[in-house]
Design a protein around this ligand. Structure first.
Ligand code: PMP
Length: 432
């Protein structure tokens, strides 16, 4: 791929202005080496960088763009809304309309509060759980990422894992102490911890399909087990569906696995590419939020009209007949083709996919928890990523992230991607 002085200058300037040259760590490409692309535009499944190089995009802004870039319906909704004013700090009917769509899809949700990011949604969910139960302890799972609020930045996956720093400096030990971190997919450990400490646990929070240590689906019965245990000990069950909500299907993971959480955190797809999060759940719990209850939460731009409009247009589009069938079939086909390619080439990888989320772990697998994920060959991944970029494929720049498909990916896009992946596998194996 051609790199010009323009790009070089963009990188250097950004490094003057931003720590690491970026406004979110994984974007810096540290795990794969080199400097990040600077993106000029995106349309459908393709993004174009500053130098005019085009790439088929499997990052999709880390999940929100389930319809691909600049989908006409979403762009129209944003344009029309912007003409009437971008923010009022007062209620609009757009918020109600988006909440109605969310509640229709997820019956466990009886009340919603919109916020501006997934981090905010989860931070509020934990405060709510603590306020509701009067307890302080929380249980999370190693490798699950729930945003960067203090209590949850303990053995988090995603960027934190990518940089080999599961815990962040600046999080007081006193806060981290209330967060118990257990292995994903290990119900027995949860049971024994709850037996000892159940009465001080406010909530168990889980990514129902983990996406932040790479894609790791739950074992059969894991989520149902968590539901039963939390009920037994009077703790709340929080599903962090920031990735899975409106991604694996309209009803999210809770519909797919038929397990009702008390609180659901949403983000990504519900904002259609604009900044939105939501904390949502049972009315008896949500009533604890200000102004009705004593748990405080607020936001100047919460429920922002542009974001509500983009989210509304996106949810309307994905609610159309057969949308998820088609998208998830594409995901399955891509996963199968990559597995076949790996077998043909003779490279041991574990392709783990769920719906339209997919990770290629550079190890034989299966990967069922963080400890397994860590066994991946990160040098192979780094080379894989570089080879794909050279062939016009933009893959997430970390082993511990999910690649995302959108409805804009064509069969031709997938064929090109599989061809490029096949070449990359061969080059990894033969070190060419
Ligand atoms: N929860 C999960 C499951 C996520 O994947 C993410 C972000 N990748 C977050 C929470 C945090 O969301 P945001 O980046 O919008 O703050």
């Amino acid at each position: 791929m051609m790199k010009t002085e323009h790009w070089q200058k963009a990188v250097e300037e950004a490094c003057c202005y931003f720590p690491g040259g970026v406004n979110s760590p994984v974007r810096a490409f540290r795990a794969v080496g080199g400097n990040p692309l600077f993106i000029k535009s995106g349309r459908g499944s393709v993004i174009e960088d500053l130098d005019g190089n085009r790439y088929i995009d499997f990052v999709n802004s880390w999940g929100p763009l389930i319809l691909g870039h600049a989908h006409p319906r979403v762009v129209k909704a944003i344009e029309e809304t912007a003409r009437r004013g971008t923010s009022f700090g007062a209620p609009t009917e757009l918020e109600t309309a988006l909440a109605r769509r969310v509640m229709k899809a997820m019956p466990s949700i009886e009340k919603v509060r919109f916020v501006n990011s997934g981090t905010e949604a989860v931070m509020t969910a934990v405060r709510l759980a603590r306020g509701y139960t009067g307890r302080t302890g929380i249980i999370k799972f190693a490798g699950c990422y729930h945003g960067h609020s203090d209590a949850l930045l303990v053995q988090a996956g995603s960027g934190a894992l990518t940089f080999g720093r599961p815990d962040s400096a600046g999080v007081p030990e006193t806060l981290a102490r209330d967060t118990l971190v257990l292995p994903y997919n290990d119900l027995e450990t949860v049971q024994s911890v709850m037996k000892d400490s159940g009465e001080r646990i406010a909530c168990i929070i889980v990514e129902p399909v983990a996406g932040n240590m790479g894609v790791v689906p739950p074992h059969p019965g894991f989520l149902k087990g968590l539901r039963a245990i939390t009920e037994r000990y009077g703790a709340l069950l929080i599903f962090d569906e920031v990735i899975t909500g409106f991604r694996i299907g309209l009803e999210g993971a809770q519909g797919y696995f038929n397990v009702e959480p008390d609180i659901t955190c949403l983000g990504k797809v519900i904002g259609g590419g604009l900044p939105v999060g939501a904390v949502a759940g049972k009315a008896r719990i949500m009533h604890m939020l200000a102004p009705e209850g004593p748990v405080y939460q607020a936001g100047t731009l919460s429920g922002n009209p542009l974001a509500m409009a983009a989210g509304g247009a996106t949810l309307d589009e994905i609610a159309s007949e057969g949308f998820f069938e088609a998208l998830n079939t594409k995901g399955q086909m891509l996963a199968c083709s990559i597995r076949e390619t790996a077998v043909r080439v003779g490279l041991a990888v574990a392709v783990q996919a769920f719906g339209s989320m997919l990770t290629i772990f550079f190890q034989p697998g299966p990967v069922e928890n963080l400890e397994h994920a860590r066994r991946s060959d990160l040098d192979q991944f780094r080379r894989f990523h570089r080879y794909l970029l050279e062939q016009g494929i933009y893959w997430p720049p970390s082993q511990f992230e999910a690649a995302f498909l959108s409805s804009a990916h064509t069969d031709e896009d997938l064929r090109k991607a599989v061809g490029a992946i096949s070449n990359a596998f061969e080059r990894i194996l033969y070190r060419t």
